[in-house]
Design a protein around this ligand. Structure first.
Ligand SMILES: NC(=O)c1ccc[n+]([C@@H]2O[C@H](COP(=O)([O-])OP(=O)(O)OC[C@H]3O[C@@H](n4cnc5c(N)ncnc54)[C@H](OP(=O)(O)O)[C@@H]3O)[C@@H](O)[C@H]2O)c1
Length: 305
């Protein structure tokens, strides 16, 4: 399929430039430049602020957490935030070279890499087994892997619909169930952090499959939270606003759409990948022990307005 991985934009997808396959759901060559690297982008009306949130330290000491989508973008920042908080991380994505770059940014030995294609949700038990062989029993999971395809609803390709629903919704659901089963077999439970979107809460045009997947993620979070609460497992959702990554690169290259985004952020700045780490670490840590089934929007106030 021709997935076009940027987060929902409001101004329509017609005329959106093609995105290289490496950014469109296919693995990039390890030798190719990382999509997480800064790339030439048309200046937009919103300039990311240099603010970098202080890392949370120590909150996850002794924990082991699987983070999907950890090769670049938000998943990489989440993996590094979780590792910085003291956890051992198993970083999952398809592109081994990008995972290695993530690991190299963490303290030595803190991040293990496990290349895996999440488009095959029926391999979730094998993924958990592999992660636990690498790093020991898992305490938590963060589902940051995601893809996008932009097209008017009336023309939406069936294969793109299916692939987005598989990677963005089915994969995290079945992976969490596999983590939960492995924990239950040890008499334990853990924290599950799903990644939503503004599209979990509001309608945005030309992203029907992505919207279905991200609204579905919120439904899964609430269902699992209720079903698993008695076991001690907690299930929550972090929903980023617009953040400049490979997923949104073309959106921010479009001055009109970038201006639309800029005009809707009460805090007056774009989010940065590191902005997500605090909420993710909090939801994995004991500090959130009585919180489950919740959605935390990390959007600079977008949805408050
Ligand atoms: N950026 C935003 O503004 C924004 C806003 C709201 C929500 N989000 C959500 O945040 C999450 C991360 O997005 P991002 O912006 O960081 O995107 P990104 O930079 O494109 O990163 C996506 C990650 O997911 C991995 N991935 C994609 N398909 C995969 C598959 N089949 N199997 C395994 N890994 C796969 C990618 O690695 P490989 O390609 O190597 O597999 C990559 O590591 C997504 O769920 C996205 O929907 C992003």
């Amino acid at each position: 399929m021709t997935a076009v991985p940027h987060d929902p934009g409001p101004q329509g997808g017609r005329g959106t430039p093609a995105v290289p396959a490496a950014m469109a759901g296919a693995p990039a060559s390890p030798a190719s430049p990382s999509p997480a690297s800064p790339s030439p982008v048309t200046p937009s009306p919103v300039t990311p602020s240099p603010v970098t949130p202080a890392p949370v330290t120590g909150a996850l000491a002794g924990r082991t957490v699987l983070v999907t989508g950890a090769g670049r973008g938000l998943g990489r920042a989440m993996a590094l935030g979780v590792a910085g908080a003291g956890a051992t991380v198993v970083a999952v994505a398809r592109t081994a070279g990008e995972l290695a770059e993530t690991a190299a940014l963490a303290d030595p030995g803190r991040v293990h890499v496990l290349p895996w294609d999440l488009a095959a949700p029926d391999t979730a038990d094998d993924l958990v087994a592999g992660a636990q062989r690498l790093a020991g029993p898992l305490h938590g999971v963060v589902h940051a892997a995601g893809i996008q395809h932009r097209a008017p609803a009336a023309d939406f390709p069936a294969d793109a619909w299916q692939r987005i629903l598989t990677v963005n919704l089915s994969a995290p659901f079945f992976l969490s169930t596999a983590v939960h089963r492995a924990q239950a077999a040890r008499g334990e439970s853990g924290s599950h952090v799903f990644i939503g979107s503004l599209a979990s809460s509001i309608g945005l045009r030309d992203v029907a499959a992505y919207a279905a997947s991200k609204a579905g993620v919120l439904g899964v979070v609430r269902a699992l939270a209720v079903e698993w609460a008695a076991s001690g497992a907690r299930v929550n959702c972090v929903a980023p606003g617009y953040i400049r990554t490979a997923l949104t690169e073309d959106l921010f290259a479009d001055a009109e759409r970038a201006a639309w985004v800029a005009g809707r952020i009460p805090m007056g700045r774009l989010g940065e990948p590191a902005d997500l780490a605090g909420a993710v670490v909090f939801l994995l840590a004991e500090a959130s022990a009585y919180i489950t089934g919740q959605l935390i929007n990390v959007d600079g106030g977008w949805l408050a307005g």
